[in-house]
Design a protein around this ligand. Structure first.
Ligand SMILES: [Zn+2]
Length: 63
């Protein structure tokens, strides 16, 4: 299973098995309201699309 997380706040959106997503989808994060565009899950070893360092739109800051 793959954890699909919000690209903005890293909230867990849903989990899916590899290959469960057959086409592009959009899902709105319930925590921050960001609309995440997701593509079919596939192994992308070289591409870094996770904003792990850039905190321009706010990192995890829960109170
Ligand atoms: Zn979010």
């Amino acid at each position: 299973m793959v954890n699909i997380r919000c690209g903005s706040c890293s909230a867990l959106l849903f989990r899916a098995r590899h290959g469960a997503i057959a086409n592009d989808i959009e899902i709105k994060c319930r925590r921050c309201g960001t609309i995440n565009h997701l593509r079919p899950t596939e192994p992308l070893p070289d591409r870094q699309e996770r904003p792990s360092r850039k905190n321009s739109c706010g990192s995890i800051s829960r109170k």
